[in-house]
Design a protein around this ligand. Structure first.
Ligand code: SF4
Length: 478
C-alpha cells in the first residue's frame, strides 16, 4: 500500500482510526459489542494485530480477518452476535479467504463449544488471551481452528498502546484494571473476565501522556470496579495482606491514581467508570472535589432499591448504606451528577420490593440510568440456585415504570442546569445539525449550541444553558 493510499485511508478514516501502517498488507475488521472495557479491548487487539501486518479497516468486505468482540451480559447481546456471524459468513461466501473470529465474554463463556456448535467461526479468543493472537492466526492461516480462553491472574496489557478505533480524537478510554472479585449472583463477568488485577500506575500515566501528545482532551479510566483498584507491585488484591510492609506502605489505591492523573495532566479532563457502592471510599470523593479537571459525575450501579433483593443478588451493601453514600457524595460534591444500573424482575422480586426500587429512585433522582429486565445467565449463582420466577409481562411492566421514573428525574436534573453557565468540551457536530456543536459538561450532560466560527472540536468553551429536554441541554456560547 503506497504512502498516498495510506494518506487517503487516513483522510477517510481520520476521525476513526489511528496508526495505519504503509508496510502492513493485511486488513482486519473489528466489531465491538457491550461495555467500554470491550471497546478498549478491541483497541488493544488492533494494536497487537498492527504488529502482525494488519491495518484496521471499516469495510468488512475488504477484510482478511473479521473479529467480533462480544458481550454476554444478557441473552439479547448473544443473539445479536449470532445474527452478525450469519452476516459475516454471507460475505465469506464471496471472499472464502476471509477468516472469522469471536473475542470477548461470549467466547470465554462458550469456549470450544463455539467451534463445535457454530461452524461459522475459525477462531475463539477470551479477554485475557489477546497476546496469543499472532500464534492463533498462524494456526487459522494454516487451516486449523484455534482457541485460547485461558483466564489470567496477571494480564493487564499494560505495555500495549491501543490503536484508537472509532475515536473523535477528543476522548479516549484507558483501562486501569481487569476482572472482578465480587460475585453478584446475576453476573457473568467474574466467569468471563476472571479475578481482579490492577495495572501498574506508571504504565497508565505513560499511556495518558501519549494521548495528551496526540491532543486528546479527555480520558475515561476504566475498570469493572474502579473503586477496588489497588497496585502494590503486581499481584491480586486478595493477596495484599501477604505483601511486605513496604509494599503495603507504597501501595496505590484509586484515590492515589486519580490524584496523580489530575495533577500530572492539568489540561486533560478525567472521568472514570464503573464505581461500586460497596467499595467506594470517601478519599475518592475528596479527590474529585479537590481537582477541577476531574468531572463531577459518578456512575454508581445499584441494581435494586430493596435490601432483601440486594441480599439475593449478593451485593455487599443495603439500601440504607447506598442512600448514605448518595448523601455523602452530595455533601462533598454538591453538583455531582449520578447515574445508575438497575435490574427489574430479579428472582423472587415482589411488588413491595419493586416499590422500594421506585422509592429509592424518588430519593436519588438520578441524572440518567441503564435499566434492564433480569436475564438469567448460564453458569451464574442465580441460575444455579434460584428460580427466574417473575413472569415476563410483570418484568416488562416494572421495567416501563422505572424507565418512566428515570425520564422524569433526568428532565428534573436537566432543568436544574438551565440558566447556568458551564464548561463544555466540543466532541463534534450535533446529530441534528452541522450548524451546531455537540459536547459534554462536567456532569456528562450532552450540550448542543450554535457554531460561532471561533471554536472547533477539542476546544473547552463556556456555554449558558437556555432550555433542555430530558437528554440534552440547548444553549449559547458565552
Ligand atoms: S461488581 Fe458485580 S455486577 Fe459488577 S462486574 Fe462485578 S460481579 Fe458483575
Amino acid at each position: 500500500m503506497s504512502a498516498d493510499q495510506v494518506q487517503d485511508e487516513k483522510k477517510q478514516g481520520q476521525a476513526l482510526l489511528t496508526d495505519i501502517r504503509p508496510e502492513n498488507t493485511k486488513k482486519v475488521y473489528i466489531e465491538s459489542y457491550g461495555c467500554q472495557m470491550n471497546l478498549n479491548d478491541s483497541e488493544i487487539v488492533a494494536a497487537i494485530l498492527a504488529d502482525q501486518g494488519f491495518n484496521t479497516t471499516h469495510l468488512m468486505e475488504e477484510a482478511d480477518l473479521v473479529l467480533v468482540n462480544t458481550c454476554s451480559i444478557r441473552e439479547k447481546a448473544e443473539l445479536t452476535v449470532r445474527k452478525r456471524l450469519e452476516k459475516y459468513n454471507a460475505v465469506k461466501r464471496i471472499n472464502p479467504k476471509m477468516k472469522i473470529g469471536v473475542l470477548g465474554c461470549m467466547a470465554e463463556r462458550l469456549k470450544e463449544q463455539f467451534l463445535e456448535e457454530e461452524k461459522m467461526v475459525d477462531l475463539v479468543v477470551g479477554p485475557d488471551a489477546y497476546r496469543d493472537l499472532p500464534h492463533l492466526i498462524e494456526e487459522i492461516e494454516a487451516g486449523r481452528d484455534a482457541v485460547n480462553v485461558i483466564l489470567s491472574k496477571e494480564e493487564t496489557y499494560a505495555d500495549i498502546a491501543p490503536v484508537r478505533l472509532n475515536t473523535n480524537g477528543v476522548s479516549a478510554f484507558v483501562s486501569i484494571m481487569r476482572g472482578c472479585d465480587n460475585m453478584c449472583t446475576f453476573c457473568v463477568v467474574p466467569f468471563t473476565r476472571g479475578r481482579e488485577r490492577s495495572r501498574d500506575p506508571e504504565s497508565i500515566i505513560r499511556e495518558i501522556g501519549e494521548l495528551a501528545q496526540q491532543n486528546f482532551k479527555e480520558v475515561t479510566l476504566l475498570g469493572q470496579n474502579v473503586d477496588s483498584y489497588l497496585w502494590y507491585g503486581g499481584g491480586l488484591k486478595k493477596d495484599f495482606d501477604k505483601a511486605t510492609a513496604e509494599a503495603q506502605q507504597n501501595a496505590w489505591d484509586f484515590a492515589d491514581l486519580l490524584d496523580r492523573c489530575a495533577t500530572e495532566f492539568p489540561k486533560l479532563r478525567f472521568r472514570f467508570s464503573t464505581s461500586n457502592p460497596q467499595d467506594m471510599k470517601e478519599d475518592v470523593l475528596e479527590t474529585m472535589a479537590k481537582h477541577n479537571n476531574i468531572c463531577k459525575y459518578i456512575h454508581l450501579p445499584v441494581q435494586s432499591g430493596s435490601s432483601s433483593v440486594l441480599q439475593r443478588m449478593n451485593r455487599q451493601h443495603t439500601r440504607e448504606e447506598y442512600l448514605a453514600l448518595i448523601d455523602k457524595i452530595r455533601n462533598i460534591i454538591p453538583d455531582c451528577a449520578i447515574s445508575q444500573d438497575m435490574i427489574t424482575g430479579f428472582c423472587g422480586e415482589t411488588e413491595a420490593e419493586h416499590e422500594e426500587t421506585l422509592s429509592l429512585m424518588d430519593y436519588v433522582k438520578y441524572d440518567f440510568g441503564f435499566m434492564f429486565a433480569y436475564s438469567e445467565r448460564p453458569g451464574t449463582p442465580a441460575e444455579k440456585r434460584m428460580q427466574d420466577d417473575v413472569p415476563e409481562a410483570v418484568k416488562k411492566r416494572r421495567l416501563n415504570e422505572i424507565i418512566q421514573k428515570q425520564q422524569a428525574s433526568s428532565l428534573y436534573r436537566m432543568q436544574e442546569m438551565v440558566g447556568k453557565t458551564m464548561e463544555v468540551l466540543i466532541e463534534g457536530d450535533s446529530k441534528k445539525s452541522n450548524l451546531h456543536w455537540m459536547g459534554r459538561n462536567s456532569q456528562n450532560a450532552v450540550v448542543v449550541f450554535p457554531k460561532t466560527g471561533t471554536e472547533t472540536v477539542g476546544d473547552f468553551v463556556l456555554v449558558q444553558a437556555l432550555e433542555c429536554t430530558s437528554a440534552t441541554l440547548l444553549g449559547n456560547k458565552c
